[in-house]
Design a protein around this ligand. Structure first.
Ligand code: SF4
Length: 361
């Protein structure tokens, strides 16, 4: 669907929230039924060589607690996803190149051989040849955030980088046969209503498999510490607009929504589900380090361990009258010919036909 820039601006300003949310939920139900896909995320390294102004893991932050999990520990945490009934594991880190391509390939291969999990990688910028090797090892998806598509703001917030390169990387990952996910931050300093509306339209135009949105949450140990936080309401409107503009993409209710919601625990993500989101990503990061993965304050603050975080989201999803699904949850937005070609026989393909599995208590 297409939408005029002014219409997007009006809706982002709250012109007609009830109609916007109803439309988003209706589309969500038509495409995904009551199923909410669960993706367990293992944040395996808090080390990063980049300097993104909005992020608590940025290299110059001397207060950040840095950790690197050994490969065996990452593998244990990843396989826990299967044990807990989830269909996907996401391996995420800062831009930490101390893990070699061989390390990542071996992790992916072992996860794929020991479980039916879909594997998503979120490792930041790696050489394209490495990304091709990860794909050949069996990785299904790659997440690479944009945060904003405005060239000036992008260059300001990600020093030394250019949005053109990021967009080229998105295309390159798609050419490699990955399902590709990306996203934006709502309320970055200097992000005018016009910039945000254009970001929403641009993100939808990219025709991605996963679209994420979260509010800007200032981190005390970054140069943006004293900037105002983003708006929860505006973030929910962006999620709803993305659902309408890109009906068959996966859209996660991000953990950043929780940190701005009044009340506690999973309230922000529950609001995300009511705005048309269809994915939740509980953290499976081991107890001893999970609070150190502080890209924004309070991330992973609500639960102590992986089992608790899965139980909390399962309960939240059920309380919304929805169904936590253990399907791999490939986006039903297009046929993944390349993916199918690389999957072993019997490997599940994504789409509505995946419905039917429900996460057990
Ligand atoms: Fe590193 Fe990502 Fe944070 Fe940027 S946003 S500093 S690349 S972890």
């Amino acid at each position: 669907m297409t939408m005029r820039l002014q219409t997007v601006k009006d809706l982002l300003a709250g012109r007609d929230d009830p109609a916007l949310m109803t439309e988003a939920r209706t589309i969500q139900e038509q495409v995904f039924g009551r199923d909410i896909y669960l993706r367990g995320i293992v944040e395996f390294s808090s080390v990063c060589c980049k300097k993104c102004l909005y992020c608590g893991l940025r290299a110059p932050n001397k207060h950040a607690v840095r950790y690197r999990l050994p490969l065996e520990r990452i593998l244990d945490a990843a396989l826990l996803a299967h044990e807990l009934g989830l269909g996907t594991v996401v391996l995420q880190s800062g831009d930490d190149y101390s893990y070699t391509a061989d390390d990542i390939c071996s992790l992916v291969e072992t996860i794929k051989s020991e479980s039916p999990l879909a594997v998503t990688l979120s490792l930041g910028d790696r050489p394209l040849e490495e990304m091709a090797r990860f794909r050949d090892s069996g990785a299904d998806r790659y997440l690479i955030k944009l945060e904003t598509t405005h060239p000036g703001l992008y260059a300001r917030f990600r020093p030394g980088e250019h949005i053109r390169d990021r967009l080229e990387r998105v295309e390159a990952l798609r050419d490699l046969g990955y399902e590709v996910g990306s996203g934006i931050i709502v309320g970055l300093p200097g992000m005018t209503p016009d910039v945000l509306a254009r970001d929403v339209l641009r993100l939808a135009e990219l025709d991605l498999d996963m679209l994420a949105v979260g509010p800007f949450v200032p981190h005390a140990s970054t140069p943006l510490a004293h900037e105002p936080q983003g708006s929860l309401e505006e973030s929910l409107r962006v999620a709803a607009l993305l659902r309408i503009l890109s009906p068959r993409s996966n859209i996660p209710a991000t953990s950043a929504l929780n940190s701005l919601a009044r009340g506690k625990d999973e309230q922000g993500r529950a609001l995300g589900l009511r705005a048309g989101c269809n994915v939740v990503m509980p953290s499976l990061t081991p107890e001893e380090v999970r609070r150190a993965y502080e890209i924004y304050p309070g991330k992973n603050a609500f639960t102590e361990n992986a089992r608790q975080s899965v139980a909390a989201v399962v309960s939240m999803i059920r309380n919304q009258g929805l169904r936590p699904s253990s399907a791999q949850g490939f986006a039903p937005r297009r046929e993944h010919a390349a993916s199918a070609a690389r999957r072993p026989p019997g490997h599940r393909h994504g789409g509505p036909q995946e419905r039917g599995q429900v996460v057990a208590d």
